[in-house]
Write a new protein. Sequence first.
Length: 416
Amino acid sequence: MSKPLEGIKIIDFTHVQAGPACTQLLAWFGADVIKVERPGAGDVTRSQLRDIPGVDALYFTMLNSNKRSLTLDTKKPEGKEILTKLIKESDVLVENFGPGALDRMGFTWEHIKEMNPGMIVASVKGFSDGHHYEDLKVYENVAQCAGGAASTTGFDDGPPTVSAAALGDSNTGMHLAIGILTALRARDTTGKGQKVAVSMQDSVLNLCRVKLRDQQRLDRVGYLEEYPQYPHGSFSDVVPRGGNAGGGGQPGWVLKCKGWETDPNAYIYFTIQGHAWAPICKAIGKEEWIDDPAYMTAGARQDKIFAIFGTIEEWLKDKTKFEAVDILRKFDIPCSPVLTMKEIANDPSLRASGTIAEVQHKERGTYLTVGSPIKFSDMKVEITGSPLLGEHTDEVLEGLGYSSQQIAALHEQNVV
Ligand code: COA
């Protein structure tokens, strides 16, 4: 089956997570992604947090599937020459180096545009161009702090807290992928490439827009009724940490289930959807609350929401998180067990959908990865193993017209 992005050639000059997550997605959908790595070392994630000595770490294998690997020292003149040839015949160059690194290598946007006017140059940086922090190097948690996520995550009596979800890294990569596809679409009509830039701070903030909503509400009315600080605690003039409160108009919280004393994940997330009040009362055996004016509206419930959650926890006491959800789903109540990574890894539905995929790797055998979360009716996304360092170097150089003697010489001089 042909893939929609077949024929799109991408120079993948990315490393760590933000850039690789973007190019991996494009590779899944059919683009020819050539990962350019420094000879001898490669992407730093190949050797970070290794679980098998001498074998590419899972950090690398889970972010670089479906790609080819070319080793190239782009600081040597011969390396620059090879990169120049690649640029002339590629569609996209993606990079997430520290600020200015590509320019210092001699590959400014102006120069690339001159060599290939159809080229799309896509970059991830910590902060956007012109930002007062534009010179900073940035990793995941730095971005979560800069994008407003950390100050609003965690509990009122604790410090700013980062999320386990890669809001700064993979999320920025997904934004960049959307930007690249948009620029490709624009090129279909104009014939011209363009520079696409996404900052990690902006991408985190884009996912925190409801917190900017809350700042403006707080400025106007002085409180936020869906936060646990309301009505008994106090508010300052900044959006507080909301604990496990639901972020929209539906109050929610993480509730204890049977076994919580010994199992730190014996919990469900429970949402009190306004129009589901009657089914909730029926499900938990409190039918007298259905028409009670002290409970029947969201406004009436607000000041006793934690007492209501306490009553639901009483009901949950003799039910496991799975049993509880099996009951609540019959009443159409939005809820989920709090799943561990072990439960997710073995989840039959996630395996069947390909969201958890078992992949073959030349040196490590099989490993699990997260497959495409995007499902298509006309395309099955197949995940292949990540490439070994420089696995496709000779093949790519041959494609650029280098002879076997020239390739041997380039190896000899550590250019590739
Ligand atoms: N051949 C020769 N040199 C190469 C090369 C290659 N194939 N690949 C990279 N390099 C060089 C770069 O040119 C740069 O050289 P210079 O600084 O002398 O000009 C050097 O390697 C280091 O690159 P840099 O990206 O700055 O690496 P770092 O390890 O110091 O910083 C980050 C890592 C992630 C902090 C930084 O890249 C960054 O801030 N990136 C943007 C934001 C980002 O994506 N962060 C999230 C990562 S998940």
